[in-house]
Design a protein around this ligand. Structure first.
Ligand code: PLP
Length: 426
């Protein structure tokens, strides 16, 4: 080079310097779990026990609904779904969702109440953007599903946390909700069946949530991506049942129930018999946002009516039987680990929150430290609770092939023993 090191350095004026994006993405569960995978010891011959993120479709015992696979193949082969779709989604898919949800509501919703999204995560993105009026705030559960925080942060929507109460089957602290809300509060979010707690809300509790929302003049966003993923004594009740008390935005998708998270199909539905969401132009605004955002793939939308119609009861019953068994294994194994306690036996979703007792461990500083060392020493990945707003708790998924789940939790047990404080002998 002629000028050697003397050449004046060019002045590049760009950088990845969007602070809102940095704050939003560094908090995501995917980033946290990816960091844990990066710490794995690849010389360990044991299989990795993936108890950190819920994706049962990786295991043969939870394979995708065969009827859904057939419907998808037929939709692709039909040649009818190769075009762009309207922003609100493919009409037949919207109608199918409306009929599907109406079966369990005391009123009917129509295709016009439904907007298709690229999975439920996309529904979260859309709703946070729609509600982000200057000065507005939303109330989010703690522990929660951090996509809400990330998406709210990214669009400048303030969020405040209400607690879920471990001693009350993880019900919403409704006094806390009332204390948090002010004139700028526009919505509260519930997740039912619940990720990360594994609880299912009763009819009575949902009724109380609706009453509280009515009193505060806010809408309820109900994340029901785990609808019917209830295997305990409480049946799943959709929040939309209480749409006459307070307007409800129901969000869902096929990722979890049909075990096809890679297909990226979800929805937003106005379950609001009084038409308040329509009067407030919420659905119009949702469609407006959808017009400028990513689309769910058209042929997956095209397949949805058959996916819903053709998946038989036996598929869901079998999936719930395996999930119930896995939850039971998880609960029993955890009982057997001294420094971890489970306040509420899982009865829904694919997750359970458990509390870490650091006082019986030596040289483990917090939940992140626990999970990092556990990943390196035992090839077990578990999500630290601090990623969900609960320091020194852990979120464990049991949507794992039962033998690997057992093996993984045995490794957690031996990890805790190895790092346990030696007890004084009197
Ligand atoms: C998995 C999950 C989602 C995302 O669902 P996709 O349809 O895969 O985007 C949304 N909310 C909660 C609570 C989830 O656990």
């Amino acid at each position: 080079m002629e000028n050697g090191g003397e050449a004046a350095a060019a002045k590049w004026r760009f950088g990845a310097a969007n602070p809102a994006l940095h704050a939003a993405s560094s908090q995501s569960l995917r980033s946290i779990v990816t960091r844990l995978y990066d710490t794995l010891d690849h010389t360990d011959p044991r299989p990795v026990a993936p108890l950190g993120h819920g994706d049962p479709s990786a295991f043969a015992c939870f394979r995708a609904a065969p009827a859904a696979v057939d419907a998808l193949a037929a939709a692709a082969l039909s040649g009818k779904h190769n075009s762009y779709a309207r922003a609100a989604g493919v009409e037949e898919a919207r109608s199918a969702v409306a009929a599907h949800l109406s079966r369990e509501l005391p009123y009917e919703i129509t295709a016009g109440d439904v907007v298709m999204t690229a999975g439920c995560n996309h529904a979260i993105e859309v709703m946070m953007a729609v509600l982000a009026a200057p000065g507005a705030n939303v109330l989010l559960p703690r522990p929660g599903y951090p996509m809400y925080e990330s998406r709210a942060a990214l669009c400048g929507l303030e969020f405040r946390h209400f607690d879920l109460l471990p001693d009350k089957s993880w019900e919403v602290d409704l006094d806390g909700v009332e204390a948090l809300a002010d004139d700028n509060t526009v919505a509260m979010v519930i997740v039912n069946p619940n990720n990360p707690c594994g609880c299912v809300y009763s009819y009575d509790h949902l009724a109380k949530i609706a009453e509280t929302a009515r009193k505060l003049g806010i809408l309820v966003i109900s994340d029901e991506v785990y609808d019917h993923c209830a295997f305990g004594s409480k049946p799943f009740v959709p929040m939309g049942v209480f749409g006459g008390t307070a307007p409800v935005v129901t969000m869902g998708g096929i990722s979890k129930r049909w075990m096809v998270p890679g297909w990226r199909l979800g929805w937003i539905a106005a379950t609001d018999p009084n038409g308040i969401l329509r009067d407030k132009k919420i659905i119009e605004s949702v469609i407006g946002y959808r017009a400028i955002s990513v689309d769910p793939v058209t042929f997956v939308q095209g397949a949805l009516p058959e996916i819903i119609a053709n998946t038989d009861k036996a598929f869901f019953e079998n999936a719930m039987d395996v999930m119930r068994e896995a939850a039971e294994i998880c609960y029993q194994k955890i009982k057997d680990i001294e420094c971890i306690t489970c306040p509420h036996k899982p009865e829904g979703s694919m997750f359970v929150m458990v509390k870490l007792d650091l006082s019986c461990l030596d040289g483990i500083h917090n939940d992140v430290d626990f999970c990092t060392k556990l990943a390196r020493e035992e090839s077990v990945v578990i999500c630290p609770g601090s990623g969900l707003g609960m320091k020194n708790w852990l979120r464990i998924t049991f949507a794992v092939d039962p033998p690997l789940l057992k093996d993984g939790l045995e490794r957690v047990k031996s990890f805790c023993k190895r790092h346990g404080k030696t007890k004084e002998v009197n």
